[in-house]
Design a protein around this ligand. Structure first.
Ligand SMILES: [Zn+2]
Length: 407
């Protein structure tokens, strides 16, 4: 098997690759992570019960709640002295902690380099990264990978869209990595202020959230640049997990690093459309077994015009209802509900609405007024609402607004 060019393996070689790596991952978590060992024992399973990739369906899944419950280091498969990087992601009641060995960091960089170069990044490019501070892990990975490619990187900083647009133009940036929301915000600012566009820009790499085809066409026409899409989950591997090739017909999933399953969330059975479930294949510090991503996808194993044989994600809908994607940041309902409970001492009924036009949108939390939540003074109600809004901002770096509604 040619392991240099894994994206082009034959179906038989993929099967062999996945069987071997899944067996080694199962062994690893069974030997080193007590949480997984207990899960295996409850089901009377041993790592060697996996003889082929489809046997994975018998093994236990991992949720974000599991990761939060074993805060901070209980799911690590290596001793702390082997960890060279640590990250925390917002969750409730505890953050989700990820550790990385030196080899993990190197692998992630390789993966991100492949993502950016497949999208078209070259050594002579000047790359401008415009991402919200809540996407810190993305910023770091993309920056390191782009520098490895040899591109000149302009990392994000707190600045207004006007200043960003000026820098894009004056620095003659050729590639912009951003979220669809921010790209649309730039477009609006240009239109409103009559600013001229940076003509040097040839490529927009859009990450963090989905985009409608009409919005994508609008961005391409306005900026006179090609767009490519990237998909990743920081708690799993980060950027570079899936990306578009030149054919732009779905995002190639990095199945040399991940084993994907797509399940019907109702029945748990395999389905071409459903929740994406991922098992890491080469992660040393924090291997994940059948991680429920919460993202709804449609997957195809049909060959792609580009020749890669990795499966493609044709549609990605973040959250499956459990996570709301807002301005590129994932807002898990579990966290939001935890913050509400902390503020009000109970679990109010609520609905979430993203209001306003996409780039300047705002998250509205409509809480149903009940006797339990009622306060005799309006001042007290306001104070509580502000406390929640502040806590939300501290967690996600994004604004939200509480509105009371009748039940
Ligand atoms: Zn392709």
């Amino acid at each position: 098997m040619n392991t240099e060019n894994l994206e082009y393996l034959s179906p038989e070689d993929w099967r062999q690759w996945h069987t071997e790596l899944l067996q080694s991952t199962l062994n690893r978590v069974y030997q080193r992570v007590p949480f997984y060992r207990e899960c295996f024992e409850k089901r009377n399973l041993l790592p060697e019960d996996l003889k082929a990739p489809e046997d994975l369906a018998r093994f236990p899944t991992t949720t974000r709640e599991d990761l939060s419950a074993h805060y901070p280091y209980e799911l690590f498969a290596v001793p702390l002295r082997d960890i060279v990087r640590l990250r925390a992601f917002p969750w409730w009641p505890n953050p989700i902690v990820k550790g990385y060995t030196l080899q993990d960091v190197e692998n992630l960089k390789k993966l991100c380099v492949r993502f950016l170069t497949t999208c078209g990044l070259r050594a002579e490019d000047i790359l401008f990264i415009a991402l919200e501070p809540g996407m810190g892990a993305w910023i770091e990975e993309i920056r390191e990978a782009a520098e490895t490619v040899g591109a000149a990187v302009i990392p994000p900083a707190p600045r207004t869209p006007e200043v960003s647009l000026r820098i894009l133009k004056d620095f003659r940036a050729s590639v912009l990595v951003t979220t669809p929301s921010l790209a649309l915000r730039y477009l609006k600012v240009c239109e409103k202020r009559g600013l001229s566009l940076p003509e040097s820009l040839r490529l927009l790499i859009l990450v963090g959230e989905g985009i409608r085809p009409s919005e994508r066409a609008l961005l391409e026409e306005f900026f006179g640049a090609e767009t490519r899409l990237g998909y990743g989950i920081a708690e799993v591997l980060g950027p570079g997990m899936a990306y578009e090739c030149g054919a732009r017909e779905g995002l190639h999933l990095a199945t040399d690093y991940l084993f994907p399953e797509v399940i019907d969330p109702e029945t748990g059975n395999y389905s071409p459309e459903g929740e994406l479930v991922l098992t890491t294949l080469r992660v040393r510090a924090n291997p994940l077994l059948r991680f429920l991503t919460g993202d709804r996808v449609k997957i195809t194993w049909e060959p792609c015009a580009c020749g890669r044989t990795t499966p493609r994600l044709l549609a990605i809908e973040a959250g499956s209802g459990r996570v709301l994607s807002f301005r590129g940041i994932k807002v898990p309902r579990a966290v939001l509900e935890g913050l509400l409970e902390k503020t009000y001492g109970c679990k109010p009924r609520y609905t979430l609405k993203v209001v306003g036009e996409e780039p300047e949108s705002e998250l509205l939390v409509e809480i149903v007024m009940t006797n339990e939540l009622f306060r005799p003074s309006i001042v007290e109600l306001h104070e509580e609402a502000h406390r929640f809004e502040r806590a939300f901002f501290e967690f996600f770096g994004l604004p939200c607004r509480v509105k009371w509604v009748e039940g």
